[in-house]
Design a protein around this ligand. Structure first.
Ligand code: MIG
Length: 828
């Protein structure tokens, strides 16, 4: 009986969904870059922001909301005003790179290429609709179209046929089909026949995307409240979509270079003797590392901004000593402030009115680690400043990493497990319910943290790491993918998860290496660490009750392998840093799915649409293709090489693209390939960032008929680069017959690294699996460079030599600010 009643109730509430779709257009008005369409009491506003960006807004009752979310921070306006023409039953808006056609009866939008091809269109029957506060749009889902992005989502790369919710949630030990997760980025790419467009749904309420799960020929997105407000990016490539998206929401600031080193965490390293032991082990075993973390046990009863005096009697001294050993220390910061009248942060937060409040005006209290807690209202500028000021207690004693956890926000109280929807947020003076602010809480916490640290340490780049965030969060913080599991499946899942997050505007990402829950085998840990070399964030972490997961915990052989893996990371740091610089400048991240870079390759498109996670390959920058080993026991790796010519990094073997290859993948190696024309800068292994000067700086050059690359460098820590203190060189390579010429342009910028050598390693030209030429003469400018014995190379200041086995030509010179021209002649 109760069941039947329940069923009845459920079906009634389903039937009560009364979607009202927008109807016929009564009038049209054009003003500047905007077209306003009026339909009864409803309005639709189409704004052309650029020749390839259009914003669409719906106001069911006729008034647009003043504010949407803090995601978009930049304005855009088109160089040319759009051309608007009206014809029988429709309005046509030409934006430059495309066209929007608004059909009037009823109002439905189409997005077209200039040649008239429809690339996106509202569903003729439903279109834009509302039901009370809920809003939703249905669009036609072409059979060939695939969908990527959507921020932090587990499961396959391609999100077609899935239903996803955006509601920041703490789900420990999530699975491939768990949704939602910690972070919400309501943005996606639609790729069809090599053509891409993108949509950003700028709404912070609980939203959902149904990409063909409810219907086989429609997709839809909508939210429980707020405005139906989306940005349409015409593309036509994924890169052009992402560039525009990040123009609106901002790019990641350049991170401190030490945050790209290896980071070691666990829940929790304590007391201080254990922290020192971990630090000593890294140095004693010569395993490079830059950052150590303190998880929740460093605090006095989990009170943020305090120390447990027994476990950490002298944190300043500890951090100082670790600093001498080359470590930066990061601490966890949870938002919950213990409700304790004797606790300074509770007192000052309360007296400053910085906490979230119930509708009746009392402070909202929820349970987290410290017990009952108040929660800072990060949506108020004053509260953010208050939070930032508290960080002084930590920055003063040397803390340099700021780990923001539990900021979905996670609350232990059932059933919501978060702040109740009606709790009020300041919302910059608007006083709005949690419902609107929930998905923004994490991002605003990182904003408070980032801006606080910026103020306290004005000459250093902050490093903030977060679990929860929203579109635009990359402006303040890196992100990790939460509480995963030490299993092969989770290793596999971490690849598409980080790729989608990366192309959603957040370049600085990585999973807990080794898996958070459970105990990995030596093999699983080693493979995960290898994948970590090509994750912008390379951090090992572990839950409280698991075995130790430091790189030396799996026996001698794995210790050797893991050391070698982390050494590879440190060798590649100049390259990794360059890729992060590109992301900071252009929005294009290091981590990219193959389809992001090769959207027009039908084989790649087909593979990425359906591929199992374990078979994933990905790009790290435009020149490195990574094929991680993600299956237990595998000692070879099969993959498809996209168009072009590729060199196996390990063997130097040259491969033509557009074919499937199988390469060796012994336990101590992650297969990766460099594209012909690629220039990979590397440095000598060091135990931590700036342990010593980068000398020599090595450029490995993979031959191609012609390529032009940029090399960027600065001090890695300050904001001096914003005042021109950087060094930037263009590297041009040409290969004509048996002559290879290289030009390292004169350096731009005022940054002067210490005097050092530069080694140019020229991978030998090959044909049909054989080296076709060995260098016979090397000219630098107009001088003939002396040939030196390989055994004398290290002592030589200027000279060249050939590595007998690989045929690689090495050219060693003092690294200069001035232009350097090198010409190599090859003998047959
Ligand atoms: O409720 O601080 O995801 O990385 O170690 C668990 C303890 C709270 C969750 C984080 C995890 C961290 C843990 N935290």
């Amino acid at each position: 009986m109760r069941r039947i009643l329940l069923l009845l109730l459920v079906s009634c509430s389903f039937l009560s969904a009364q979607w009202k779709s927008i109807g016929n257009v009564d009038s049209v008005s054009v003003e500047g870059n905007s077209v306003l369409l009026i339909s009864g009491t409803s309005q639709v506003l189409i704004q052309v922001l650029a020749e390839d960006v259009v914003r669409v807004r719906l106001a069911p009752s006729g008034s647009f909301r003043e504010h949407t979310t803090p995601a978009v921070v930049n304005t855009m306006s088109p160089a040319q005003p759009p051309k608007v023409t009206q014809a029988e039953g429709l309005v046509e808006i030409r934006t430059g790179k495309g066209m929007v056609v608004a059909k009037k009866n009823p109002l439905r939008l189409q997005f077209l290429e200039n040649d008239g091809t429809v690339i996106n269109e509202d569903d003729p029957s439903k279109g834009m609709a509302w039901d009370g506060p809920e809003i939703r749009i249905w669009k036609i889902m072409p059979f060939e179209e695939q969908y990527f992005g959507f921020g932090e989502k587990a499961g396959r790369l391609n999100k077609k046929w899935t239903h996803m919710t955006m509601w920041n949630s703490d789900i420990p030990a999530y699975r491939a089909d768990t949704d939602p997760l910690y972070e919400s980025i309501p943005f996606f790419y639609a790729i069809r026949d090599g053509r891409t467009h993108g949509i950003f749904f700028d709404n912070s309420y609980r939203s959902s995307f149904d990409m063909g799960k409810a219907s086989g020929h429609l997709y839809s997105f909508g939210a429980a409240g707020g405005e139906l407000n989306y940005y349409f990016f015409f593309g036509p490539t994924p890169g052009s979509v992402l560039k525009r998206f990040t123009e609106l929401i901002g790019t990641m600031p350049l991170p401190p270079m030490w945050s790209l080193g290896y980071q070691q965490c666990r829940w929790s390293y304590y007391p201080e003797s254990r922290v020192r032991e971990i630090a000593d082990n890294f140095r004693k075993r010569s395993i490079p590392a830059d950052v150590l973390y303190l998880d929740i046990h460093y605090m006095d009863g989990y009170r943020i901004f305090t120390w447990d005096n027994e476990r950490f009697p002298d944190p300043r001294k500890l951090i100082h000593d670790l600093g001498v050993q080359g470590f930066k220390v990061a601490v966890i910061l949870d938002p919950g402030i213990k409700e304790d009248p004797d606790y300074h942060a509770y007192q000052s937060g309360l007296s400053g009115d910085h906490f979230l409040k119930n509708p009746d005006g009392t402070v909202y209290i929820g349970n987290v680690w410290p017990g009952p807690c108040a929660f800072p209202d990060f949506s108020s500028a004053a509260a953010r400043t208050w939070w930032g000021d508290q960080l002084k207690l930590l920055s003063d004693i040397g803390i340099r990493g700021w780990w923001n956890d539990m900021n979905e926000p996670a609350v232990f109280n059932e059933p919501a497990k978060t702040v109740p929807l009606e709790v009020l947020h300041h919302d910059e003076g608007r006083l709005t319910p949690h419902e609107k602010n929930h998905n923004l809480y994490g991002m605003r916490m990182t904003q408070a943290t980032y801006e606080g640290v910026r103020k306290l340490l004005p000459d250093e780049r902050p490093f903030v790491l977060t679990r929860a965030s929203f579109a635009g969060g990359q402006r303040y913080s890196a992100a990790w993918t939460g509480d995963n599991i030490a299993s092969w499946e989770h290793l596999q899942m971490s690849v598409p998860m980080c790729l989608n997050l990366s192309i959603s505007g957040q370049p600085f990402v990585g999973p807990d290496i080794g898996g958070f829950f459970g105990n990995p085998s030596g093999e699983l840990f080693a493979r995960w660490l290898q994948l970590g070399v090509f994750m912008p964030l390379m951090r090992g972490h572990s839950v409280i009750d698991a075995t130790n997961k430091e790189p030396w915990e799996y026996g001698k052989e794995f210790e050797r392998i893991n050391r070698q893996t982390i050494e590879l990371r440190y060798r590649l740091l100049p390259h990794i840093y360059n890729q992060m610089w590109i992301a900071a400048e252009t929005g294009i991240p290091p981590l990219r799915p193959l389809i992001f870079q090769y959207p027009g390759d039908p084989e790649i498109a087909a593979r990425e649409a359906s591929v199992q996670n374990a078979a994933m390959e990905f790009m790290f920058g435009e020149d490195i293709l990574v094929a991680p080993v993600l299956w237990q026991g595998d000692k070879t790796r099969s993959l498809r090489l996209p168009d072009g010519v590729w060199y196996d990094y390990w063997s130097g073997i040259r491969y033509e693209g557009n074919q499937n290859v199988t390469v060796p993948a012994p336990l101590d190696r992650i297969p990766f390939f460099v594209k012909a024309g690629g220039v990979i800068p590397t440095q000598p292994v060091m135990q931590y960032f700036a342990e010593k000067a980068v000398d020599p700086l090595t450029f490995t050059i993979y031959p191609a008929e012609r390529s032009i690359k940029t090399y960027y460098e600065d001090d890695g820590v300050s904001f001096g680069y914003q005042e021109g203190q950087f060094r930037r060189k263009t590297i041009r390579q040409d290969m004509t017959g048996a002559i290879q010429s290289l030009v390292f342009s004169e350096a731009e910028g005022s940054y002067e690294p210490a005097a050092r050598s530069m080694i140019v390693r020229l991978v030998a030209p090959q044909a049909e699996g054989k080296i076709v030429g060995r260098a016979s003469a090397v000219m630098v400018g107009s001088e003939k460079l002396p040939r030196v014995q390989p055994s004398r190379a290290e002592a030589a200041v200027r000279g060249w030599w050939v590595d007998e086995v690989s045929g690689t030509t090495n050219v060693k010179l003092p690294d200069l600010k001035e232009e350097i021209r090198i010409v190599v002649e090859y003998a047959k």
